[in-house]
Design a protein around this ligand. Sequence first.
Ligand code: SAM
Length: 360
Amino acid sequence: MPERSKKSFCITVNKKNGQQTIALINKLGICDKTLQIKKGPKDKLYIPLTKEPTNEDITQLNLVISEFQLDTQVFLQKGRQEKTLADLLKNDIPKNLIEKIPRALDVIGDIAIVEIPAELELYKNSIGMAILKVHPNLHTAFSKIGAINGVFRLRDIEFLVGNNTSTTLHKEYGCTYHIDVAKVYFSPRLSQEHWRISSLVKNGETVIDLFAGVGPFVIPIAKKFPDVKIYAIDINPDAVEYLKINMKINKIKDQIVPIIGDSRKIVKEKFFGLADRVIMNLPETAYDFIDVACKAIKSAGGVIHFYGFIRLPDTIEAYQQRFREAVECNNRKVVKFDFVKPIRETAPYEWQVVLDAQII
Ligand code: SAM
């Protein structure tokens, strides 16, 4: 075995599932980032793991990845250790503040959006420059100002360094999105959900996305299922403009109908009892729209993908029960929850949660 090689557990997947597998094993904490991913025959990828996956890991993998094998392989070790932000900033920032340097970034296309703690305000441009040095594929850094707010769910951002533009092209699971991060909502942290929902759809369905944004749920569905009709509503005209651009980039014609407006009004006017599947990603106020989703679903029943927040001491069981009761208030019934999961921590003691509910 060459000196810089190492035998390791690995997961073998088809290349087209590579990105989503890497995202998941990162989340499970079993991705070995010190070793290089290898290509195999017939579009196979061998992705190194830090250990043999537990039964719990395998359950998670089975939920998300259609086909994989667990194996061992010899991998090349990665070369030079990458420099961290702290390495680059150690001469610019007082020692006692080094531990405050942000560890997480949102990366949308070639733009980094970072939360700079108040104590580091003076050093924000140096932090921006260091981010672009550590990530040479990124060309612009913005800092977050305040929380996501307003009906359009936007966050104020401040330009730090790089190309002074807030538009970029973002790639996710084979789809490309043109996005203006200052004018529309987009979260790369939901990429796995965008992919997961698209994998549940069946040809022939009618789908309504009540809060479609620039299209990260509907575009993958349209690309995978040419016989699915999709109505994509958003109240933010810029989001719908970018959705239309994204339909063109991804070669989708009239299979998606983009609609500007309040989904409550639109469903009432046009889409009563039309949908097999309704997507609702507006976690802050989604409960106020359960009646709209119930009206949109066919009388024979369908599925609602419902995103919300739970904050401790709230529990996921109580959250399901509130959803069930709200559905019953609208003369429908939850037959079954197909999937219930906290998908990401959004603040201390707060999680974004998804429910996939079959209703009749
Ligand atoms: N689904 C997209 C995604 O995951 O990227 C966007 C989600 S974002 C959290 C919520 C979206 O709902 C925003 O784009 C906002 O403009 C839109 N929105 C808010 N209230 C709405 C309403 N009453 N009717 C239609 N869209 C609405």
